[in-house]
Design a protein around this ligand. Structure first.
Ligand code: FAD
Length: 469
């Protein structure tokens, strides 16, 4: 047992041993490690991504225990808790990997200043992106507003940082902290989430750990990557990586993913897959530039949009009861699993915004509560993209037809049958638009809106925006 003053490693969105710059640097200092995570209290509601985080804390604690350590979880405001941990443990150094969301940035900047003012070494390292969000810029040092230009520039930047291995030897600080008033068990959040009825179905769909992330990655490379470019838009095909939540909580890094793909030398599908990871980088660069991207139209003329107040329509959409099978399948998949296929995310977003003419921010919030992979940058960017309110967006007047999308991307209806079982007996032709079947199933709702009529209504609303410019 070591009695040296420890180095604190503060884990936030980086629950992994490998390719973890803060942990790697800490392991080289020669002082025992005090690994901590802080659960911010005062949240108004528990979300599906809290469920993922709860599992993450438990499994990462177990991983550290195998190496002879533990994850010490505290509850409270990080601005108060971290200085207290420093003071009580006698730590002289605190390390963390950067996070880039607006609140996190502000907290971390304040904390770094507070700690340094108190004579403590506080250092941060590059976070869970290939490129820091402020580094990919135009020649005039402006942020990119178009993905293709962003990605072209990003691909030209030398990525000189090595993908780090897990540190070989970790020496942990072993003071008993369980009597500290801020301390909670590493399983506390998982237990709390397990007591919520709605989290039960999530259990069957995810294995949450660093090793599970890498197994997922290997399986994807072996079985689906070469088909990715062709099949990624088809929700029944299982042709995407399923890595988004692991990326969000740092169980795998984008640089590890790129390295694994390159090592296996799978060429087909590779560039398309890398470009999708590039969208994630683009989203974070936008959020860095526009911190209020989740709440404000990036194109301010849309502030004049006459959104409808329609609680019933919103509820039908949330519950997968709109009468449009592909929309309902997607929303039910989301509720049951905490994820939804990307193509279907686009269809349900378009339906809420354009068919129902409901403010995109209500959809953004629902996804924030129900996605296990909820990511403030990707979610906000994609909602604004679909609403036509973002920097690079599909124009508002381009509406997705939920029936045509269904016929094109779920040709045999296999995805709909999986999530809307009451339609399973319909033919491959009728399943996309049950109201056209001779006898539509009585236990499935009729469409809550007529798509053709809704299209006119949306275009009229858009005209209002154009005139008020
Ligand atoms: P893959 O196809 O295997 O892609 C690999 C990785 O690339 C993903 O894990 C993700 O990190 C990234 N990626 C892929 N597509 C996008 C995209 N359009 N934008 C940004 N990154 C992308 N993704 C989230 O991670 N969190 C969100 O909160 C989120 N909200 C979304 C909301 C809407 C309305 C839409 C249309 C998309 C949203 N996405 C979000 C993007 C995308 O749907 C998911 O990243 C993807 O479905 C995750 O599945 P996968 O890991 O199998 O993706």
């Amino acid at each position: 047992m070591s009695t040296n003053s420890p180095v604190i490693v503060w884990f936030r969105e980086d629950f992994r041993l490998a390719d973890n710059e803060a942990l790697f640097a800490a392991s080289r200092i020669g002082a025992p490690l005090f690994c901590v995570s802080i659960l911010e209290d005062g949240k108004s509601a528990m979300t599906a991504s809290d469920w993922w985080l709860g599992k993450t804390l438990t499994t990462f604690d177990a991983t550290l225990k195998v190496r002879g350590g533990a994850l010490h979880v505290c509850r409270g405001n990080a601005r108060e808790v971290l200085p207290e941990l420093v003071q009580r443990s006698g730590a002289r150094t605190v390390l963390w990997n950067r996070r880039y969301d607006p609140d996190g940035r502000e907290t971390d900047t304040d904390l770094k200043r507070t700690l340094r003012d108190a004579g403590i070494e506080a250092h941060s390292f590059a976070g869970n992106l290939v490129h820091e969000p402020w580094t990919v810029r135009t020649q005039a040092n402006q942020p990119f507003k178009v993905f293709t230009a962003f990605w072209r520039a990003a691909c030209q930047i030398d990525d000189h940082r090595p993908v780090l291995p897990a540190p070989e030897n970790l020496d942990f600080w072993w003071e008993d902290v369980s009597h500290w008033d801020r301390w909670v068990a590493a399983t506390a959040l998982e237990d709390e989430m397990a007591s919520l009825e709605w989290t039960r179905p999530l259990e069957a769909h995810h294995e949450v750990s660093e090793s599970a992330a890498h197994e997922h990655l290997e399986t994807f490379i072996d079985t689906a990557l070469s088909r990715y470019g062709v099949e990624r838009d088809f929700p029944a095909m299982d042709a995407t990586s399923g890595l988004s939540a692991y990326l969000r909580f740092g169980q795998v890094t984008p640089r590890q993913i790129r390295q694994a793909v390159r090592e296996r030398d799978v060429r087909t599908g590779r560039e398309k897959f890398f470009a999708e990871l590039g969208w994630r980088e683009f989203a974070w660069s936008l959020l860095w530039e526009y911190p209020d991207m989740a709440s404000c139209n990036l194109r301010s003329e849309f502030d004049a949009m006459p959104w409808r107040d329609d609680p019933q329509g919103l509820r039908a959409w949330q519950r997968g009861q709109t009468g449009y099978p592909l929309v309902d399948a997607g929303m039910r998949e989301l509720w049951q699993t905490g994820v939804m296929h990307n193509r279907v995310r686009m269809v349900v977003a378009s339906f809420l915004i354009k068919d129902l003419l409901i403010d995109w921010r209500l959809g953004e919030r629902w996804f924030a509560e129900t996605l296990v992979d909820y990511d403030p940058a990707s979610n906000a960017m994609n909602w604004q993209w679909n609403a036509g309110t973002g920097v690079e967006s599909a124009p508002f007047f381009r509406m997705m037809n939920p029936v045509l999308q269904s016929r094109k991307f779920d040709v045999s209806g296999a995805y709909i049958r999986r999530w809307v079982p009451e339609l399973a007996a319909l033919s491959d032709r009728d399943i996309h638009a049950p109201w056209e079947a001779g006898t539509p199933p009585s236990h499935y709702p009729a469409p809550i809106v007529d798509h053709a009529g809704a299209r006119h209504r949306a275009l009229d609303a858009y005209e209002h925006v154009r005139k008020s410019r």
